[in-house]
Design a protein around this ligand. Structure first.
Ligand SMILES: Cc1cc2nc3c(=O)[nH]c(=O)nc-3n(C[C@H](O)[C@H](O)[C@H](O)COP(=O)(O)OP(=O)(O)OC[C@H]3O[C@@H](n4cnc5c(N)ncnc54)[C@H](O)[C@@H]3O)c2cc1C
Length: 684
């Protein structure tokens, strides 16, 4: 771990940083006029989620709207409890709200709504999306990118795709990315967000995440790499805000290649046969043999690698989305592709065909922004200014033009006019108002709309996942930008469970039985008319190799909110099968997504049972990085190591269960028989 700059308390942001932000504002107006703005970023207006649900307690938690990383450092140093906020695209409120101050004395709030002077007892959430300027720095020579944590994943992907150089004529991409791309990169990594890729795993995997810069509990800005801090880096890969505020990430990138996407409709029995095949292969190989030393996945059927499935329960259909990559060994799937040549599969082909071989001046802008002034210069792409190139990489003129527009118009767009003012000292917490809840949408609620919404879902799947041969970023499926406004207006919860590949066949047999009874293909027409409780398609994905190879199924419950907040019994039955049926849990407990809904009632989630010794190793990391509990959130019942002697049992590589008296067995206050049965929650 390298400490980046020494922490310097109470310095105003350097004037130069502000000048850059102002230039960005001017260019933004021009860009809006030319292209129209994308309203996909939430700018720290309040501390609810993206659907105005699950607000933090605004009587005890203030909001910080930082200008610079230095503001973040000062805020961390001066407040009692601190939690990072990304774009609010999650449903797990206890994890995304700072813990109330230990002595629970709410900070004084002036009636005028003016900024509150931080007091040692105050709790704050830091809205990272107000930081400006945000930077992306591509290093083509080692296939990596440094990206500021608050950059939206979609913007990073577009930046990489448009980074067209002589030796990467198709641009760049991330090895694998989530279906949803409107979260911040920092938020995505904090919760282990993922798409479907056995080879590349989640955004937090060792294939993808190479280094992190984190504001630590004492306010210092530190850099961690797996080489220098192997143990702490393992904990930092998925930290849910509990170990510090991630400000910058180094991710692996790869050249875009043509990818053929193929959509196939399967009956439930055919889907189940595929799951059984995967399960058999996983069991035959055994957990260790599934991974080769360099982290790639062996011994699984080749068709599985990037494949994912949409399930339309009401229609008895699974839509399999499979990918064949031009760079796969022995591919031949995409004819006419010459790896070292310009591809003709995207508009970048046009760009090059136009003969625009003029390169822009390679002036480097070494802007030293905020906290990094005086230390290693941080090279940023300034809005509208000259772009920075790593040695040897020269951008084509049109590529540079597009990047400049993206950086100025989207990534560094000014905060919306009329939004909450930021105090001069942005490390001060400010009060915020709870937003009005969104109104339920009758469209999703009415039982006679099941047919209509399922039909729309089917059309949507064909639209985003239909057959095509395009470059990587366009080929792998993404939630369309156009659906975002609708997503925000229509409150729903998204749940996600993951299971080891060793049980996927048996577990899906249980799930299909729960949804359909014995008639899993809907042979009897009468069965097809029964409402299955879904208004949208669960997405089933394969992810590895992080901790183990897992299959994730993510399900969405539209009905709870839209039917006057009544539980959705059919949906709950599926969740109960997934989390409680022995056919799903025989290889270990089902895990939940850190950013999503469906977590057990307070005191009923047990980290030691879910993650075994890794849970106590995470406790060791928390003890090292955050001994005073600065980054405590409002889920003390989850982050507990009660009864485990971390002081004695933590070693340099984490929890050492070999030491005498060192078992990772946490004492839980709430007895198991006082918890609800599967799916273990009562709220929905
Ligand atoms: C519609 C929708 C679809 C989704 N689809 C997918 C999907 O396809 N695949 C998938 O895996 N996930 C998916 N997610 C989940 C989403 O990727 C995660 O919830 C992600 O954490 C949201 O990021 P955010 O920037 O909005 O962070 P927030 O929601 O603001 O925060 C989430 C958590 O991360 C922590 N955090 C955020 N930023 C930082 C930081 N800089 N440093 C430290 N901690 C931080 C917060 O404290 C909080 O605990 C989806 C979410 C939505 C809303």
């Amino acid at each position: 771990m390298a400490e980046i700059p020494p922490f310097r308390p109470a310095q105003p942001p350097p004037a130069r940083t502000r000048a850059v932000a102002a230039a960005g504002a001017l260019l933004f107006l021009l860009a809006v006029a030319a292209t129209g703005a994308r309203a996909s970023v939430l700018h720290g207006v309040d501390l609810s989620n993206f659907q105005n649900e699950f607000p933090c307690d605004n009587a005890s938690v203030l909001i910080i709207r930082p200008h610079t990383v230095l503001d973040v450092q000062r805020a961390v140093a001066s407040h009692a409890t601190v939690m990072a906020s990304g774009a609010g695209h999650s449903w797990n409120q206890p994890f995304f709200c700072a813990a109330p101050p230990a002595n629970a004395s709410a900070p004084a709030r002036p009636p005028s709504g003016a900024a509150v002077i931080p007091t040692p007892g105050s709790s704050v959430n830091i809205a990272l999306t107000t930081l400006r300027p945000l930077a992306i720095e591509v290093n083509a020579s080692d296939s990596s990118v440094w990206v500021d944590a608050a950059v939206i994943t979609a913007d990073l992907l577009q930046f990489l795709a448009d980074f067209v150089t002589e030796d990467a004529p198709a641009g760049w991409t991330l090895p694998a990315f989530p279906w949803f791309v409107f979260q911040t990169v920092g938020g995505a990594v904090a919760t282990g967000s993922h798409g479907s890729s056995l080879a590349a795993g989640s955004l937090s995997s060792r294939q993808q995440l190479l280094a992190l810069e984190v504001v630590a509990a004492d306010g210092s800005l530190r850099r961690y790499t797996p080489e220098e801090e192997p143990f702490l880096f393992r904990a930092l890969r998925v930290s849910v805000g509990r170990l510090g505020v991630i400000t910058r990430l180094k991710m692996r990138i790869e050249r875009e290649v043509p990818v053929r996407r193929t959509l196939t409709r399967l009956a439930p029995s055919a889907f189940l046969a595929r799951m059984r095949e995967l399960q058999a292969a996983a069991r035959a190989a055994g957990p260790a043999a599934l991974m080769t030393p360099n982290g790639t996945v062996a011994a699984l059927p080749a068709w599985a690698n990037d494949t994912e499935w949409f399930w339309v329960p009401q229609k008895y259909e699974f839509y399999q989305v499979a990918f064949s990559r031009a760079d796969a060994p022995g591919a031949g799937a995409v004819s006419g592709f010459v790896p070292d040549n310009t591809t003709v599969f995207s508009r970048k082909g046009d760009m090059l065909a136009l003969g625009e071989l003029e390169f822009p001046a390679t002036a480097v802008a070494n802007l030293t922004a905020g906290a990094t002034a005086g230390a290693q210069p941080v090279v940023v792409v300034p809005p509208g200014g000259p772009l920075n190139f790593t040695a040897g990489a020269r951008l084509y003129a049109r590529s540079a033009e597009g990047l400049r527009r993206l950086v100025a118009g989207e990534i560094n767009a000014p905060l919306p006019a009329g939004g909450p003012p930021r105090p001069v000292d942005a490390a001060q917490g400010q009060p915020w108002a709870e937003p009005a809840p969104n109104r339920p949408s009758l469209f999703y609620a009415a039982s006679n709309m099941a047919e209509g919404t399922n039909e729309i879902t089917r059309i949507g799947i064909r639209d985003v996942a239909g057959n095509a041969t395009v470059e990587s970023t366009a080929a792998y499926i993404k939630q369309p930008n156009a659906t975002l406004a609708q997503l925000r207006r229509t409150p729903y919860d998204q749940y996600e469970v993951s299971m080891p590949l060793a049980v996927v066949g048996d577990c899906f047999a249980a799930v299909l039985e729960s949804a359909y009874g014995a008639d899993i293909d809907g042979a009897d027409a009468a069965n097809r008319t029964v409402d299955k409780g879904f208004r949208t398609a669960p997405l089933i994905r394969l992810v590895g190799p992080d901790d183990g190879l897992l299959l994730y199924i993510n399900l969405e419950d539209y009905i709870f909110y839209n039917s006057g907040r009544r539980p959705n019994a059919r949906f709950r039955a599926i969740m109960a099968a997934l989390t409680g049926d022995p056919r799903c849990t025989s290889s270990g407990p089902i895990r939940l997504h850190w950013g999503k809904a469906g977590w057990p009632d307070a005191g009923c989630w047990r980290g030691d049972e879910q993650y075994g010794i890794n849970w106590c190793s995470f406790g060791c990391a928390a003890r090292t990085l955050d001994p005073q509990g600065k980054f405590r959130d409002s889920a003390p019942d989850r982050w507990t190591w009660a009864g485990v002697d971390l002081e004695r049992c933590c070693g340099p590589n984490g929890f050492d269960a070999q030491r005498e008296g060192c078992a990772c067995t946490v004492r839980h206050e709430r007895p198991r028989d006082k918890c609800p049965p599967p799916p273990f929650y009562t709220s929905r």
